[in-house]
Design a protein around this ligand. Structure first.
Ligand code: NAD
Length: 248
């Protein structure tokens, strides 16, 4: 099991909340970051022992310097830092012929630039421990051509590329960097699509398991990466998408 606190961004709801709870269930101390500083949804229902292992902090990852401030507070309150899960993410609908530059950059800011900055800023804290695991939450869209999702696809393909580069640069310092790429998971980011007739039809036609995934199916994989701690596994993108991204 990895030593030190694991930081999770965008942890108040959806996949991030599920990851924070699953890590705490396995005995890890979790710093749950969200824009509001609210604890992960359903934390209280998870029981006192689990809730006690989760400390909540406010951090808007789109704000330059916000992660550095959060890191100082996390160090002061929890001691050493062993992990970072870059989960916060946004999607803005828009096709290549009409998406504004502002919308394109807003997606890149949260999904790509903030991930780069958080990894860079957490590195010195992990190197002190001689071991750290960074898990970026990418997307199966990183290798697909999806109408209306050019900014999102670009942002997540960059995350896969950054994961390989950081793993190459930091491996000798004991840092593993991984990219977990979910398929369709029913959360607020895509509820409208997944609950529409075209959304349901696409899942039935393309997914090998003929259903969207559950947040907990991503959370259990991420938590296993921390609780099993396998240093030989690094630089890779792990697709958890029910086969959707490789289906015809
Ligand atoms: P969600 O919308 O429920 O959660 C996204 C979280 O990120 C929210 O808690 C939101 O508040 C937070 N966030 C957004 N901007 C932020 C900012 N500037 N600072 C801090 N937090 C911010 O959606 P989700 O499905 O739980 O998404 C989690 C991650 O999984 C995202 O990176 C998303 O791209 C990725 N993903 C989701 C799916 C899916 O089908 N749900 C598929 C592939 C990848």
């Amino acid at each position: 099991m990895l030593q030190g606190t694991v930081i999770v961004t965008g942890a108040s709801r959806g996949i991030g909340a599920s990851i924070a709870l699953e890590l705490a269930r396995r005995g890890l101390t979790v710093a749950a970051l969200s824009r509001s500083g609210a604890p992960p949804e359903r934390a209280e229902a998870a029981g006192e022992e689990v809730a006690r292992r989760i400390l909540s902090f406010a951090c808007d990852v789109a704000h330059e310097g916000a992660m550095q401030e959060a890191l100082a507070r996390i160090r002061a309150e929890t001691g050493s830092i062993g992990g970072l899960v870059n989960n916060a993410g946004i999607h803005r609908e828009g096709r290549a012929d009409s998406l504004t530059t502002a919308d394109f950059e807003a997606v890149l800011q949260v999904n790509t630039t903030a991930v780069f900055a958080a990894c860079r800023d957490v590195l010195p804290h992990m190197v002190e421990n001689k071991r750290g695991i960074i898990v970026n939450i990418g997307s199966f869209f990183d290798r697909l051509g999806v109408r209306g999702s050019i900014a999102y696809c670009a942002s997540k393909a960059a995350v896969a590329a950054m994961t390989r580069c950081m793993a190459a640069e930091w491996g000798r310092r004991g840092i593993s960097v991984l990219n977990v790429a979910p398929g369709y998971i029913l959360t607020d980011i895509n509820r409208d699509f997944l609950e529409s007739d075209p959304g349901r039809a696409q899942i039935m036609a393309r997914s090998f398991v003929r259903r969207p995934g559950e947040p907990n199916e991503i959370a259990r994989l991420v938590a296993a990466l921390y609780s099993e701690d396998i240093p030989f596994l690094t630089g890779e993108t792990i697709y958890v998408d029910g086969g959707h991204g490789i289906s015809l």
